[in-house]
Design a protein around this ligand. Structure first.
Ligand code: NAP
Length: 330
């Protein structure tokens, strides 16, 4: 089969080339990939800063949508030809991928593969961190940094749907306007104003913060948390070293949580997927929550797709079309 391979030369170019096809275990299915999607992690892995977990494919791509091409001996309930999407530890930028059957989500009949490929990584990341790690409750107040990122656009919708007051930060007026339309009650362009006094004025404090920015926001974030507040770190894009006054933590009984999705066991990922599907999938099927697609690039233009993400231009997901079908969006 063909897949995108990262060349180990200047600039780490991405090349569509022949690689061995994956083999499936008894509890896995082989999927013909029609669409995959970018994640920030792809840029880091490409640059050599985020190696795949042990045993995972070293091909880029943390999610995909496609059609089942073969079913392992131990799999029941899935058939060749079924339309599915799934979270992957790697291997999405390819014509085929092996996936544990229990990780599959069926693609709704009226969805394109491009829509379905935009769901797994960001929705499961938003879900596990807001609702499982930080135990976000209805009517609580939540601050989501990077509101227009793939993860942010999923998190805004899930928190809004759950009945929470949502504040976000983003880096342009267009991103702020989009996040408002998506359900954010308070949306702040951090390039124009300090988010902390505005969130304080509009919401008082917040119960949960989903943060990918890290060092630059650390002190302001902690001061915004209500007693018993929780902050979840899913990245540290501005830096990872901070100074912490433990008294602030003790006095307000705060929780600081660090979280990654990719390195978790398959069993944990299945449990997260099942909980997400039970709580939110009906809302996605009804279109009340939707994957936000910024752009769809053919896989041949993967370099342009990566450049768009590196330049922070995307609002929501950048999708790669691997193969066209009657279910493709273009
Ligand atoms: N821990 C996990 O399990 C997990 C899983 C998935 C993703 N993540 C992390 O979550 C973040 C979002 O992922 P994604 O794929 O949704 O990313 P994305 O769509 O590429 O969005 C990232 C956005 O972050 C903002 N940004 C970039 N550098 C920044 C900086 N130094 N300070 C403040 N904001 C900055 C930019 O938006 P603005 O224009 O608004 O600044 C950028 O568009 C990434 O950091 C990713 O690594 C973690």
């Amino acid at each position: 089969m063909k897949a995108i391979v990262v060349q180990q030369t200047e600039g780490n170019p991405l090349v569509w080339t022949d690689v061995p096809a994956p083999e499936i275990a008894a509890d896995e299915v082989l999927v013909d990939v029609f669409a995959t999607a970018l994640n920030r992690a792809d840029l880091m892995q490409r640059a050599g800063n985020y190696p795949p977990p042990p045993g995972a494919s070293d091909i880029l791509g943390l999610e995909m949508a496609g059609k089942i091409a073969a079913v392992g001996n131990g799999v029941s309930g899935w058939q060749v030809g079924d339309r599915v999407c799934a979270l992957l530890p790697g291997g999405g930028y390819a014509e085929q991928v092996a996936v544990p059957a229990d990780l599959l989500i069926p693609v709704p009949d009226d969805w394109t593969f491009e829509q379905a490929a935009a769901v797994p990584e960001v929705f499961l990341t938003a879900y596990v961190n807001l609702f499982m790690e930080a135990e976000l409750q209805p009517n609580e107040k939540v601050l989501i940094h990077g509101g227009a990122s793939g993860v942010g656009t999923a998190a805004i919708q899930l928190a809004h749907y759950a009945g929470c007051d949502v504040a976000i930060t983003a880096g342009s007026d267009a991103k702020v306007t989009f996040c408002h339309q998506l359900g954010a009650d308070v949306a702040i362009n951090y390039r124009r104003a300090d988010f902390a006094p505005i969130v304080r004025q509009k919401l008082g404090g917040v119960d949960v913060i989903l943060d990918m920015v890290g060092a630059d926001y650390f002190e302001r974030n902690l001061k915004l948390l209500n007693p018993r507040g929780r902050i979840v770190f899913i990245a540290a894009m501005s830096g990872a070293h901070v100074e912490l006054n433990l008294w602030a933590l003790l006095r307000n009984r705060l929780k600081i949580i660090g979280s990654v999705l990719r390195a978790r066991s398959v069993a944990e990922k299945i449990a997260i997927k099942n909980a997400f599907v039970a709580q939110f999938w009906p809302a996605l099927q009804r279109g009340e929550i939707r994957p936000i697609i910024d752009t769809v690039f053919p896989i041949s233009q993967v370099e342009d797709a990566h450049r768009r993400m590196a330049d922070n231009k995307n609002i929501g997901k950048i999708v790669l079309q691997v193969k066209q079908s009657e279910f493709s969006s273009q």
